[in-house]
Design a protein around this ligand. Structure first.
Ligand code: F6P
Length: 548
C-alpha cells in the first residue's frame, strides 16, 4: 500500500502551528524556563543509555503536541509500519526500504515479494563472520603465504562514508589490521593510499551496490593493475573480494564467486553499512563489535517503532527540524559531537540527510510549495568552538544545533573529560542565555574604561542568546551506542520525509552530473569535439586541454 500523499501545509495541524508560531517566535528561551518549572523534565526523554534533552529548543509542550498532531495527520504511525514491514515505500525505484531488517534477530520475519528475507541476511552475516575470523586470525594467507596486515575499502558514497565513519569512530576497539579507504576518482587519492602498501599482505574490498560506479571501478581497475605489476594473476583471488548486488559484473571483473558478499536492492547505499557493505567494519573491529553495532541499531529501531511519539527520540528530533525549517525558516542544522572520535559523523550524515531529503517534488509528483531538506554540517567540539561557533552565537542565522556528548571517555582521563564536557554544557547554556546589556556593563565596569569607550563597546559584546540546541548525553561511545545513534538519525530522516510528503529513498539528482561527466570525458579523450556547451564551460574545457 502506498504512503499517504498530503501536502503538509494543507493539514489542520499546519494552520494551528502557524498561529502558534506567531506566539512563540519572539519568546526567549530564558523566559520559557522561568515560566515553567517542569520544562526541563517534561522535554527530556531518557531511554536506555541515552539522555535526550530537547528543552533548550524554542518550543513549549503545546508546540510538541501540535507537531505530533501534524505527524498523526500525515499518518506517521502507518508509515512506520510500512517501512518496517517491507512495503514498497521507495516507490520511484519500486523498492522496499529494509536496512532495519539487516539488524533484526534471527527469529524475525520480514517479507519481500512473499519471501522472508531474514534467513538470507543471517547467511550473509555468517559469511562475514567466518571471513573476518580467517583474516583477523591470520588463517587466511595471501598468495605468498603471509598473513593480511592491511585492508583497503574501495567504494564511494554509501559504500565508503558509513564504513569509514564507523571504523574511525570506533578505532579504540580496533584490532591489529590497518584499514584504508579509497573513494575519490582523483588518481592521487589511491596513489597516496597504496604507496606504502605491500601487495602480499593487503586485502582489497571493492564495495559497490551497483558495480557500475565510475569512481569505484576506475580505482579498482587501477589498483588491480598496480597489484599485478608484482603479483601473478592467480593471486587476485587471495587479495580481492567484493560487495555488490551485481554478481555478474563482479565476476566479469575477475572476482571469484566465493569472494563475493551479496547485498539486496532494498538496502539504500546511504543506509547500507549494516549489510555486507560493513565488511570493512567487521574486519577492522572484529565481527563481535560489528554485531554489537547492529544490536544497538536494532534497539533504536524498537524504540522508534514502539515508543509513544511524545517519548520517541527520532520522532521528536525530526519534528523539531520541521518546526525550525518550515516555521522559523532556518536553513541549516549543525551536529557537534563532543568527542574527537566522531570526527567524520557530520560528513557521514550529510549524505544520509541531504541525499534523502533534498527533494522538491512531492509524493503526488507536484512541485512542493514549502521548504524540505536542511543543510547539515558540523565538526567536533571543542575544535569547532574555535572555528565557526562565532557565527552560531552572534551571526544573523538561526542554526539549531545537536550537541552529542558522552558521560565517560574511553581512556578515562577524567581531567580532560571534565574540561571537554564543561565546554559541552557551557556552550548550550551560552547559546540559550546569551549576555544582556546589563551583564556586559557590569563586566566592563571592572576594566576601568571611559564612559564613551564602554558605550561604544557595548553593542558588540551583547549576545542575544535564544539559540536552540538539543543535548544528547550518552553513557559511553561503544559499538552498541554508536549503532543506536546512527539509527536515530536514519529514523529522523524517514520521519522528515513522511511529514514533507517526499520520497526519501531515491537520488535522481546525482545522476545528471554523472551523465554529463561521462560525455565530457569522451570529449577530453578526443582531439576535436562537436559537442556544444555554454560559453563558460567551453572556455574552461579549452583552457584545460591547452594546459594539461
Ligand atoms: O551518489 C549516488 C550514489 O548512488 C549513492 O547513493 C551511493 O551510495 C553511491 O552513489 C555509490 O553507489 P554504488 O555503491 O552503487 O557504487
Amino acid at each position: 500500500m502506498a504512503l499517504k500523499a498530503t501536502n503538509p501545509t494543507t493539514t489542520n495541524a499546519w494552520g494551528k502551528l502557524q498561529a502558534h508560531f506567531e506566539t512563540i517566535k519572539s519568546q526567549h528561551l530564558k523566559d520559557l524556563f522561568n515560566d515553567d518549572a517542569e520544562r526541563a523534565n517534561d522535554l527530556t526523554v531518557k531511554w536506555d543509555d541515552f539522555y535526550a534533552d530537547f528543552s533548550k529548543n524554542r518550543i513549549t509542550t503545546e508546540t510538541l503536541d501540535l507537531l505530533i498532531e501534524l505527524a498523526n495527520e500525515q499518518d506517521l504511525k502507518d508509515a512506520i509500519s510500512k517501512y518496517f514491514e517491507g512495503d514498497i515505500i521507495n516507490a520511484t525505484e519500486g523498492r522496499a526500504v529494509l536496512h532495519t531488517a539487516l539488524r533484526s534477530p534471527k527469529d524475525a520475519t520480514v517479507f519481500v515479494d512473499g519471501e522472508n528475507v531474514i534467513p538470507e541476511i543471517h547467511e550473509v552475516k555468517k559469511k562475514i563472520e567466518n571471513f573476518t575470523y580467517s583474516i583477523v586470525s591470520g588463517d587466511h594467507k595471501g598468495h605468498t603465504g603471509k598473513a593480511i596486515t592491511d585492508v583497503v575499502n574501495i567504494g564511494i558514497g554509501g559504500s565508503d562514508l558509513g564504513p569509514a565513519m564507523v571504523v574511525d569512530s570506533l578505532q579504540y576497539y580496533k584490532n591489529q589490521l590497518t584499514t584504508h579507504f579509497v573513494s575519490n576518482v582523483d588518481g592521487d587519492h589511491y596513489q597516496e593510499v597504496i604507496k606504502n602498501l605491500n601487495p602480499e599482505t593487503t586485502l582489497f574490498v571493492i564495495v559497490s551496490k551497483t558495480f557500475t560506479t565510475q569512481e569505484t571501478l576506475s580505482n579498482a581497475n587501477s589498483i588491480r593493475a598496480w597489484f599485478l605489476e608484482s603479483q601473478p594473476q592467480e593471486a587476485v583471488s587471495k587479495h580481492f573480494v567484493a560487495v555488490s548486488t551485481n554478481i555478474e559484473s563482479v565476476k566479469a571483473f575477475g572476482i571469484d564467486e566465493e569472494n563475493i558478499f551479496p547485498m539486496k536492492d532494498w538496502v539504500g547505499g546511504r543506509f547500507s553499512l549494516w549489510s555486507a557493505v560493513g565488511l570493512s567494519i567487521s574486519l577492522a573491529l572484529g565481527y563481535k563489535h560489528f554485531e554489537s553495532l547492529l544490536d544497538g541499531a536494532h534497539k533504536m529501531d524498537e524504540h522508534f517503532r514502539t515508543a509513544d511519539f511524545k517519548e520517541n527520540i527520532p520522532v521528536i528530533s525530526a519534528l523539531l527540524t520541521v518546526w525550525y525549517n518550515n516555521f522559523f525558516k532556518a536553513e541549516s542544522e549543525a551536529i557537534i559531537p563532543y568527542t574527537q572520535y566522531l570526527n567524520q559523523f557530520a560528513t557521514y550524515l550529510q549524505q544520509g540527510i541531504m541525499e534523502s531529503n533534498g527533494k522538491s517534488v512531492d509524493r503526488s509528483g507536484e512541485k512542493v510549495n514549502y521548504q524540505t531538506g536542511t543543510l547539515i554540517w558540523g565538526e567536533p567540539g571543542t575544535n569547532s568552538q574555535h572555528a565557526f561557533f562565532q557565527l552560531i552565537h552572534q551571526g544573523t542565522k538561526l542554526i539549531p544545533t545537536d550537541f552529542i556528548g558522552y558521560v565517560e571517555s574511553l581512556y578515562g582521563n577524567k581531567d580532560h573529560h571534565d574540561k571537554l564536557m564543561s565546554n559541552y554544557f557551557a556552550q548550550t547554556e551560552a547559546l540559550m542565555n546569551g549576555k544582556t546589556e546589563a551583564e556586559v556593563l557590569s563586566e566592563l565596569k571592572g576594566q576601568s574604561l571611559s564612559q564613551d569607550a564602554t558605550s561604544e563597546l557595548l553593542p558588540f559584546k551583547v549576545f542575544e542568546g535564544n539559540k536552540p540546541t538539543t543535548s544528547l548525553l550518552i553513557q559511553k561511545l561503544t559499538p552498541e551506542s554508536l549503532g543506536k545513534l546512527i539509527a536515530m538519525y536514519e529514523h529522523k530522516i524517514f520521519v522528515q520525509g513522511i511529514i514533507w510528503n517526499i520520497y526519501s529513498y531515491d537520488q535522481f539528482g546525482v545522476e545528471l552530473g554523472k551523465q554529463l561527466a561521462k560525455s565530457i570525458l569522451s570529449e577530453l579523450k578526443e582531439e576535436d569535439s562537436a559537442a556544444i556547451h555554454d560559453a563558460s564551460t567551453q572556455n574552461l574545457l579549452a583552457f584545460y586541454k591547452e594546459n594539461c
